[in-house]
Design a protein around this ligand. Structure first.
Ligand SMILES: Nc1ncnc2c1ncn2[C@@H]1O[C@H](COP(=O)(O)OP(=O)(O)OP(=O)(O)O)[C@@H](O)[C@H]1O
Length: 329
């Protein structure tokens, strides 16, 4: 049913590079060097910089017919915005990961070395991904996501995050904001319905990939090429359950505490009698009630062939992440 997942794309030559100049690791100098690498690899590059949120989608709508491929220069939010505007088109999407977290690029094994990435982009090696499709309360139309959705404290942290702080200290801004959770966020319980089964949760993470918050591996499986998701739910805040889970995590044991669930699902709904904040791919998306399913069409993305471990997994984190990876999803 799904199209072939890994194939070379025929002669992509006219590249449209759409750049978010406010993204965490972008600089004009790095941009000039990257463009040179792309040109040396044989691509004709046209550069367009965004001026505001939503501008990248407008650029795609206007200039897509003149491009053989589009390169999204930014973080996960900009990539998702561009991917949404390209959905259903045969034109492939390449990534230039210059955001703060770049979780999708880590997940897909896109090189962070710009010369190597330019060579990959020119090679036209693609995979076919099935993005997620999120609708939240008050949203006129669904939002595409490529990596994950967080509902509850995760959504609250992204909602409260100061853009200036993120620009100054990068990913650490999430941790600093998260410290305020304990004093400010009420941790309400809310319903999460996964393929018709209903759970009580205080934090729900719906993910296409394995990584969370950068190089941390939370899930064992990767569903980028399937119309499915991994779902993590935190059911209880009982300190003993949390300690038990933390201990099992450190000892690399499986843990049967009822505080957590890892399951797989295709359709997720949080009906929400009270509004609970949600984020997708690092941007605040509103509140519950929300509904998640797969996007109506796949997306062709230039990246290495599958079955390589996520490129961002570092040794220390690999040790930790293997623990949680041993568990369910
Ligand atoms: N010129 C712009 N000014 C302000 N916001 C922009 C601009 N261009 C894009 N955006 C929006 O900024 C949001 C965040 O940007 P982006 O994801 O590229 O970088 P980041 O937040 O540094 O990286 P990451 O998502 O990996 O943490 C995106 O949702 C995007 O739509």
């Amino acid at each position: 049913m799904h199209p072939p997942s890994s194939s070379p794309h025929p002669h992509p030559r006219r590249a449209l590079l759409i750049i978010n100049p406010t993204a965490g690791h972008h600089s004009p100098r790095r941009q000039a060097a990257f463009v040179k690498h792309l040109e040396q690899a044989g691509l004709d590059v046209r550069i367009m910089e965004t001026r505001y949120r939503g501008h990248a989608a407008e650029i795609v709508k206007i200039h897509l017919p003149e491009a053989d491929l589009i390169i999204a220069g930014g973080g996960d939010g900009t990539i998702a915005e561009i991917a949404h505007a390209m959905l259903g088109q045969p034109c492939p999407l390449a990534l230039w990961p210059v955001g703060s977290a770049n979780v999708l690029a880590l997940e897909l094994g896109v090189p962070f070395h710009d010369a190597r990435n330019a060579t990959l982009i020119a090679s036209g090696q693609t995979r076919t991904l099935w993005p997620g499709w999120l609708t939240t309360e008050g949203q006129a139309s669904p939002t595409l996501f490529l990596q994950m959705v967080g509902v509850g404290p995760d959504g609250w942290v992204v909602q409260q995050l100061s853009t200036a702080l993120k620009k100054r200290i990068g990913r650490a801004a999430y941790a600093v904001t998260a410290l305020r959770l304990l004093s400010t966020y009420p941790f309400p319980a809310f319903e999460t319905d996964v393929d018709g089964r209903c759970y009580q949760s205080r934090l729900t993470i719906i993910s296409k990939g394995q990584l969370y918050g950068g190089p941390f591996r939370l899930f064992r499986h990767n569903h980028h090429e399937e119309a499915a998701f991994s779902v993590f739910m935190l059911h209880r805040l009982h300190p003993l359950c949390l300690l038990k889970q933390a201990w099992a995590f450190l000892c690399r044991n499986d843990c049967t505490t009822p505080a957590f669930s890892f399951i797989r699902g295709r359709t997720i709904t949080c009906p929400g009698s009270q509004p609970v904040p949600a984020q997708s791919d690092g941007d605040f998306r509103g509140t519950t009630p929300l509904h998640i399913t797969s996007a109506p069409a796949p997306l062709t993305v230039i990246c290495p062939a599958r079955n390589q471990p996520p490129s961002g997994e570092r040794n220390f984190f690999r040790q930790c992440s293997l623990n949680i990876g041993k568990r369910r999803y």
